[in-house]
Ligand binder design. Structure first.
Ligand code: MN
Length: 736
């Protein structure tokens, strides 16, 4: 166990102004408090806080952090109290230790809602003082190093939590060494076989390749020296977890994994970074597409470096990171480098007042806490930030666009400019035409092809990953829908004016807007289009002395074929399609996942068709009802999880069975509209099984149509055809 003077010596090496008396007092206090307590390993308990403190001296942290590390388990596990620690060590340290005590029991691999709440608490504690996180990470690191002493049933959980929460937090804070060690230790626990096989293969390869690392190190050093560049060159093999990650991500075997070696070149100035890069690129062939310049555009956690990959002397791919010693400091210690004692008297706030983006990220995340996100949303959001690294892409002119992983060219387009997003019709990735829904990869050069005639499809809202793109799509589609209604309304209004023999001008309507309580002619037309106001009212607003025709007159005209038939609100027409025109009845519903002989039927209102994701609901004594997963009726069964059955379609490709679906078509109230709609469905091969008509307003009616189709694609084709008809203003599927 480390002696008192050894600890002080370690601190003094990097902090000559350390308060030795304070460190001594903390050492003695913690040792006495833990007394004869033992760790599972049989070591005195005090060896644990001491090791945690030692890890933090490697990060060169300030006295308050080291002292907090020594005391971090005292409130929880001994008779020590916050009040006593405050009296002996001051308010700042007492607050740090209390923060650590609070987050000690948080279980971060529990059920989602609980996990979210706990992560929230963890981040709040960190927000008070980021040193809480630094001690927590060191604490976790030591516990992972001594994981074999933890009871076997707890090990997986601790390792999983480390991999899910602490390693990404360390990464996000820029502490790469900490992150790698945490990952490898967790990986060894969670996938012992994979870990074993990777480390074995790496060491086999090491024997086969010989001292390749030393060889490259020497060659590179010599070459740099010849060009007058003073550099430190450090080579190493990749860590097991990072190799594993690459194998998983790329779904490749170990044999295909080519870049197992990484080199770091440390120079003294930014200029030398680029000169060293030139040397590397002249000496070895470069692997295209792997060069990244994080010096001109640092990562969000403040990481700066040049990255490139070259083909080494034995044809291996070799990764090179070139940076200055300052950049190295940030890369290794991350936020800890910023939290260094700068001024022994500094308050914690001042100590962290540096331009640390890692800390800015933390702040932003905490801010989200106060924006009323539900715990699940918060978790989703934070996990996204924590676990998904970013992808960096470029415009053809070389502008860097940073996006979250899984981002698409749609996100890219909106990140460049909202107008670019709204008018995007296609894209080129690295010079090749690609779908707008492709997943972007690091280093992709993306060119967005735009067209002024384009409005973004509503479906983009669910495809886009970034909030900016989603919000913009929503706005643009809303505006487009409104423009559609206004266009439709304008046509309807024009016709209505013509029908009563009055001249129509947009100006006249614009002047009448106050009488219609609308702001503009456009608004009037949109309201007509949506069926909110009647054309009669618009005519009267423009021509106040116009008298609308009496109902009898209208009926006469309708009968003579020149007018239109009118459905009154609440007036229902029921059509029953004659026997024989519908498909034959389904004998059996082709669904898997159902045992026994229970009767199976489709949800009465809406049905389900192959291609829908479905769920079965069991009603004792009655049987099983199949609902599409989006059905609102399913909410009624949320309290009865035992009634839910996992079911799947089991449709034979060749079968021509038909399935029921219900759609609502809103159409203009004019002669021939029904015929057009029935025609559209018939042309596509759909069977109308039932139809009800409701008047929604004088100008529109609504038809509820039960249609039998082969599958979802068939149904969508019918819906698309209907939408294309001029009389149709809206088509919606009913989901039971
Ligand atoms: Mn501990």
């Amino acid at each position: 166990m480390m002696r008192q003077y050894e600890l002080v010596e370690r601190v003094r090496r990097y902090n000559p102004n350390t308060d030795e008396a304070l460190l001594d007092r903390a050492y003695v206090y913690a040792m006495r408090a833990h007394g004869s307590q033992l760790r599972a390993s049989g070591d005195p308990y005090f060896s644990h806080p001491l090791e945690v403190a030692a890890i933090l001296t490697d990060l060169k942290l300030d006295d308050a952090t080291i002292v907090s590390a020594l005391l971090h388990d005292t409130i929880e596990d001994t008779s020590a109290t916050k009040a006593e620690i405050e009296r002996l060590f001051g308010h700042q340290i007492a607050t740090l230790v209390e923060g650590l005590t609070k987050i000690k029991k948080l279980d971060l691999v529990s059920k989602q809602a609980k996990q979210a709440e706990n992560l929230r608490k963890l981040l709040l504690a960190i927000a008070d003082d980021v040193r809480v996180l630094l001690v927590k990470l060191a604490d976790r690191l030591h516990n992972m190093r001594t994981l074999k002493w933890v009871p076997p049933e707890k090990r997986d959980r601790v390792a999983q939590e480390t991999l899910d929460i602490y390693a990404p937090l360390a990464a996000r804070m820029g502490m790469q060494d900490m992150r790698e060690e945490l990952e490898d230790l967790a990986f060894r626990q969670l996938s012992p076989e994979a870990y074993e096989s990777i480390t074995t293969r790496v060491s086999e390869l090491r024997q086969f390749n010989g001292p390749v690392v030393q060889e490259i190190e020497r060659e590179l050093k010599d070459e740099l020296a010849r060009r007058g560049i003073v550099a430190e060159v450090k080579g190493r093999e990749k860590r097991p977890f990072s190799i594993w990650g690459k194998m998983e991500r790329k779904a490749i075997g170990f044999e295909q994994l080519s870049d197992l070696y990484g080199f770091r070149v440390l120079v003294s100035s930014v200029e030398d970074c680029y000169r060293a890069l030139g040397v590397v690129h002249t000496k070895w062939a470069i692997v295209p597409g792997r060069f990244k310049d994080y010096i001109s555009t640092p990562k969000p956690n403040d990481y700066r470096s040049l990255h490139t990959t070259v083909v080494g002397p034995r044809r291996q791919r070799v990764e090179m990171q070139i940076r200055t010693k300052d950049m190295e400091e940030i890369a290794e210690y991350g936020i800890a480098a910023h939290a260094l004692y700068k001024d022994a008297s500094g308050a914690p706030g001042e100590m962290l007042s540096h331009e640390s983006r890692a800390y800015a990220w933390l702040r932003k995340t905490i801010e989200n806490l106060s924006q009323g996100l539900s715990p699940e949303e918060f978790l989703e959001h934070t996990k996204l930030e924590l676990f998904h690294d970013q992808v960096f892409c470029f415009t053809p002119k070389g502008r860097l666009i940073a996006l979250p992983r899984k981002a698409t060219p749609i996100d890219f387009a909106y990140a460049v400019h909202t107008d670019v997003g709204n008018t995007a019709v296609g894209c080129k990735i690295n010079g090749t035409i690609a779908p707008l829904v492709s997943e972007l990869k690091n280093g992709d050069e993306v060119e967005i092809i735009t067209s002024k005639a384009q409005t973004p499809p509503g479906a983009w809202e669910t495809i886009a990953v970034t909030g900016k793109a989603r919000a913009a799509v929503r706005r643009a589609t809303r505006a487009a829908v409104r423009a559609q209604y206004a266009g439709l309304g304008r046509k309807i209004t024009e016709r209505a004016f013509t029908r009563v023999g009055k001249p129509f001008t947009e100006d006249a309507v614009a002047k009448a807007t106050p009488r219609l309580a609308r702001a503009s002619a456009e608004d009037v037309f949109a309201a007509i289009g949506r069926g909110e106001i009647k054309t009669d009212d618009v005519i009267r607003a423009v021509y106040p002395d116009w008298v609308p025709p009496r109902p009898e007159e209208r009926a006469e005209r309708a009968a003579s074929g020149e007018g239109w038939f009118e459905l009154k609100r609440g007036h229902n027409l029921k059509f029953k399609i004659p026997e024989g025109t519908t498909s034959e009845r389904l004998d059996a519903i082709p669904i898997r996942g159902i045992n026994g002989d229970l009767p199976v039927r489709f949800a009465p209102d809406g049905g389900a068709v192959p291609g829908d994701r479905i769920v079965g609901i069991l009603t004792p004594g009655e049987g099983i009802t199949i609902y599409p997963i989006q059905s609102a009726s399913l909410q009624g069964f949320e309290d009865a999880p035992e009634r839910w059955l996992d079911v799947r379609w089991d449709v034979d490709e060749l079968s021509d069975g038909r399935f029921p679906a219900r759609i609502i078509v809103t159409a203009r109230n004019e002669p021939g509209s029904l015929a057009q709609i029935a025609g559209a469905i018939g042309d596509r091969g759909g069977n109308i099984d039932g139809l009800q008509m409701h008047a929604r307003s004088a100008d529109f009616h609504e038809m509820v149509i039960d249609v039998e189709v082969f599958d979802l694609r068939h149904l969508n084709a019918i819906i698309a055809d209907l939408k294309a008809r001029e009389v149709v203003s809206q088509v919606e599927r009913v989901n039971g």
